[in-house]
Design a binder for this molecule. Structure first.
Ligand code: ZN
Length: 689
C-alpha cells in the first residue's frame, strides 16, 4: 500500500471510494447479517487507511464516508425503530502507545491549552457487548433502544425489563429526562452454558458472547430475552435535561449511585505514564475477567472540554479506544476452496482442522486473494497460526511449515462455477471470472444485488427465491423481475408458494416501477460504481439516458464529456472508464434498454442544506482566540460549508484573526467577504437557532 501522501488526487479518490464500499459491506455483514468475513484487525486496517487518506486529502472526504457512519441501518429488523435524540457515537481507535500519546497531544492542541495545564482522562475497560440507550423520564424507564446506525436504533424496551442490572425506576431527584448509555453483555460462563444447551437441542450455537448478547436482546418475543442471562453496565449518557456533574468521573459515580453497574476497573489520571500503565493492568487482568473485553477507553474528564471538542464524523474528539491485540492459535490448513462473488471475484477460503481461539471454535479463514496465498506460501496440509478478534472469520498470520518438497498452491485460471477464464487485470490483485453474464455465480448474485436493500430494495426477494426462479429460466436479467407477473400461475405451482406470498412479492415488484435512479444505477453492479458514486453521478446528470450518452461520448474520445464527468466530486477516471466499458458491451446495452422499458425512474434531484454558509467555501486565517483552527473548520463543515486552506476566486468567506497576512490581503484584492472570529461566532449562533 502506498503512502497516502504520494497518491495523486484521482488515485486517492478511487481508493476512498473503494474503501467506502468495502467498509459498508463489512458493516452490513457484521451488524445486520451477523456474518462477518474479516477480522476486527483487518476492519480496523481498512478504516485506518480511510482515515489516513481523508487526512491527506480532506477535500475528498465523501458524503458517505465510513468515518461518518456508526454500526448498521435497522431497516430489516422486525423490531420497531427509535430515532435517538442525541446520536450514539462510536469511538476512534489507537493501536499503539504512540497513537495514544498523539491523542493526548491532539486534545491539548484542540483546546489550545497553555503548556503545563493538566488534563485528566478517565480510563476503563471496553466490554465487547451491544450498545444500548435507556431513556428515563421523571425517573421511570420509558424506552430502551439499541444503537443501530447511531441515529436510528431498535426498540428493546420490553426486552430490557428482563435484565436485572437495569433499574426500571431511578431514585428521587434525578433530572427530568436522562438517557443512560452502556453495554448489554453476556458473561463468558453464561455464554458457554447457552451454547452447551444449543448443542443439546441441535440449534445453532452463537459465535461468541457479544453475538449471543445481541441475538438475545434483539428478540421480537421478549420472553426469549427473559431466558437469557444478560447483564448491563453504564458508561455514559445521551439526551439529558441536566447533567448533574462537572466531570466524567462525577457523572459515572452518579450513575452508580442511581443503581447502575459500572466498570470495576474505572479510573482517572492526569499523568500519561499512569494512563498507559492502567491499560497494561487491564490487559493483565483480561484473561481472568468474567466477561470479554476488546480494549480500553480513554475520555477527557472535564465535561465542558468534552462539549468544546464535540465530534468529528462518527466519533467524539474527546475519547479514544485502545484496542488489545488479537488472540492466536495453531492448526492445520486442510484445504483451499475458491468462491465466486457477484463481481466475478475469486476468493480463496481456507478450511481448517477445528481449533479453539479465544473460546471459539474456528473452521474457516479468509485468504483474501492470490497475492495473500503467495505471501503466506500456504498449501493444503500446512501448519498455520491463525488469529481472531471479535466474531469474525479469522485470518492466517503465519505459515509454520517451511519450504518442503510440495509445490506451491496453484491459483485457478478458470472459474470454478462456469469454467470461463479467470484473470487479474493489470495492477489488480483480484482474479475475476470473465464469464460475465454467462457465469451462474455472477448472474444470480448480480440479481441478488439488484434487489438488495441498498439497490432497488424489493421486499421478499431473497437469494432462495432468486435461485429458484433462475433455475426455471425466468430471470435472465433485471428486467425479467418486472415481467414476473406474467408467471403468476407458474410461481404458484412451485413448492412453498401460496396466493398470498405470490401476491406480496408481485406487489413489492410493482412498487418499484418508479425507482430511485441512483439506486437503480448502483443495482446494475457496474464496476467502480458504488452507492455513493451512483448518487454523485445522478446528482450531476439527473437522468439515466443522459448518463449513457455522456459515458459513451467520453469513451469515443470526446474530451469535454470525459472532463465533465471527472469534474464531478468523487468521480475519477476509473469510473469513467468502467462506464464507457459497460455501455460499449452490446449485451449490457440490451439489458439496460430492456430494463428502462419496464421502469421509469423520476428525475434525480437532491435537497440542499438550509444554513447561511451551506455550499460555500470558507477559509480561516490568523490566530483564533476562543477555539483552535480545527474546531472552527469542524463548525464550518457542520453548517454545510467547505473549509479550504487557501484563498482563491472560489472562496466565499474569509475569517481572519489577528496576524492575518497574505491571505487577508489576497481576499481583499479579490473582493471576497471577510469577517473576524466574533463575526464567525455570530454566523454559527444564527445557524444554530
Ligand atoms: Zn464464472
Amino acid at each position: 500500500m502506498s503512502d497516502a501522501k504520494t497518491l495523486s488526487e484521482a488515485e486517492a479518490a478511487n481508493e476512498l471510494m473503494r474503501l467506502a464500499r468495502q467498509i459498508a459491506r463489512h458493516d452490513r455483514l457484521y451488524h445486520a447479517d451477523d456474518a462477518p468475513e474479516i477480522t476486527d484487525q483487518e476492519y480496523d486496517a481498512l478504516t485506518r487507511r480511510n482515515r489516513e487518506l481523508e487526512e491527506a486529502f480532506p477535500h475528498l472526504v465523501r458524503e458517505d464516508s465510513p468515518s461518518k457512519k456508526v454500526g448498521h441501518a435497522v431497516a430489516a429488523s422486525p423490531l420497531s425503530k427509535v430515532t435517538h435524540e442525541v446520536r450514539m457515537m462510536s469511538l476512534d481507535n489507537a493501536f499503539s502507545d504512540e497513537e495514544l500519546v498523539e491523542f493526548f497531544a491532539r486534545v491539548r492542541r484542540y483546546l489550545n491549552l497553555a503548556e503545563g495545564e493538566p488534563v485528566a482522562f478517565t480510563v476503563e475497560d471496553k466490554i465487547d457487548g451491544l450498545s444500548c440507550s435507556l431513556r428515563y423520564e421523571n425517573g421511570k424507564l420509558v424506552r430502551a433502544a439499541t444503537r443501530g446506525d447511531g441515529q436510528v436504533g431498535e426498540d428493546v424496551t420490553p426486552n430490557v425489563a428482563h435484565i436485572p442490572d437495569i433499574p426500571q425506576e431511578l431514585p428521587p431527584g434525578v433530572p427530568e429526562t436522562f438517557e443512560v448509555r452502556g453495554e448489554v453483555y453476556m458473561e463468558r460462563a453464561a455464554f458457554a452454558e447457552l451454547n452447551r444447551k444449543a448443542e443439546e437441542d441441535g440449534t445453532k450455537p452463537f459465535a461468541n458472547p457479544r453475538n449471543a448478547a445481541a441475538g438475545s436482546l434483539r428478540q421480537k418475543d421478549a420472553s426469549v430475552t427473559a431466558k437469557r442471562p444478560l447483564r448491563f453496565w453504564a458508561h455514559g449518557w445521551g439526551a439529558a435535561s441536566a447533567v448533574p456533574a462537572q466531570t466524567q468521573q462525577e457523572m459515572v459515580s452518579k450513575l452508580a449511585e442511581w443503581g447502575f453497574p459500572i466498570s470495576p476497573l474505572f479510573a482517572a489520571y492526569r499523568d500519561e505514564g499512569e494512563l498507559i500503565a492502567h491499560y497494561n493492568r487491564i490487559g493483565d487482568a483480561r484473561p481472568d475477567l468474567p466477561y470479554e473485553i476488546d480494549g480500553v477507553v480513554y475520555k477527557v474528564d472535564r465535561l465542558d472540554w468534552q462539549g468544546r471538542m464535540g465530534f468529528v464524523a462518527k466519533a467524539p474528539r474527546w475519547a479514544i479506544a485502545r484496542k488489545f491485540p488479537a488472540e492466536q492459535a495453531e492448526t492445520t490448513l486442510e484445504a483451499i476452496d475458491i468462491q465466486v462473488g457477484r463481481t466475478g471475484k475469486l476468493t480463496p477460503v481456507g478450511r481448517l482442522a477445528p481449533v479453539l481461539v479465544g473460546g471459539v471454535t474456528v473452521t474457516n479463514v479468509t485468504l483474501h486473494n492470490r497475492d495473500e496465498i503467495e505471501r503466506l506460501g500456504v498449501r493444503p496440509g500446512d501448519r498455520v497460526v491463525i488469529q481472531r478478534a471479535g466474531d469474525v472469520i479469522p485470518q492466517v498470520v503465519r505459515n509454520l511449515t517451511g519450504d518442503d518438497a510440495r509445490d506451491a498452491f496453484t491459483f485457478p485460471d478458470k472459474c470454478p462455477e462456469c469454467d470461463s477464464e479467470a484473470v487479474a487485470e493489470e495492477g489488480e490483485v483480484d482474479v475475476r471470472c470473465t464469464g460475465g453474464l454467462i457465469c451462474p455465480a455472477q448472474r444470480t448474485q448480480r440479481l441478488e444485488h439488484f434487489v438488495s436493500r441498498k439497490a432497488l430494495d424489493i421486499d421478499g426477494f431473497g437469494s432462495k427465491t432468486i435461485a429458484q426462479f433462475f433455475d426455471k429460466g425466468w430471470l435472465e436479467s433485471p428486467a425479467d423481475i418486472f415481467r414476473l407477473k406474467e408467471r403468476r400461475e407458474d410461481i404458484l405451482a412451485l413448492d412453498g408458494w401460496q396466493d398470498k406470498s405470490v401476491e406480496k412479492l408481485l406487489a413489492a415488484v410493482e412498487n418499484k416501477r418508479e425507482p430511485d435512479a441512483a439506486r437503480l444505477l448502483f443495482g446494475l453492479g457496474i464496476r467502480h460504481v458504488g452507492e455513493v458514486t451512483a448518487r454523485d453521478l445522478m446528482k450531476h446528470v439527473h437522468e439515466l439516458p443522459a448518463l449513457r450518452e455522456i459515458a459513451q461520448k467520453a469513451r469515443d474520445g470526446d474530451e469535454d464529456a470525459a472532463s465533465e464527468l471527472t469534474a464531478i466530486d468523487g468521480i475519477g477516471p476509473s469510473v469513467v472508464e468502467a462506464l464507457g466499458d459497460f455501455f460499449h458491451e452490446p449485451h449490457n446495452v440490451a439489458v439496460w434498454e430492456d430494463l428502462l422499458g419496464e421502469v421509469t425512474p423520476p428525475r434525480y434531484e437532491v435537497e440542499t442544506l438550509d444554513s447561511p454558509v451551506a455550499g460555500k467555501i470558507v477559509v480561516f486565517t490568523g490566530k483564533l482566540e476562543t477555539m483552535s483552527r480545527d474546531e472552527a473548520k469542524a463548525q464550518a463543515e457542520r453548517l454545510g460549508a467547505k473549509a479550504a486552506g487557501s484563498v482563491s476566486a472560489k472562496t466565499d468567506l474569509l475569517v481572519a484573526g489577528p496576524g492575518a497576512g497574505s491571505k487577508l490581503k489576497k481576499a481583499q484584492e479579490l473582493g471576497i467577504e471577510t469577517t473576524d472570529e466574533a463575526g464567525w461566532a455570530e454566523i454559527v449562533a444564527k445557524a444554530g437557532s
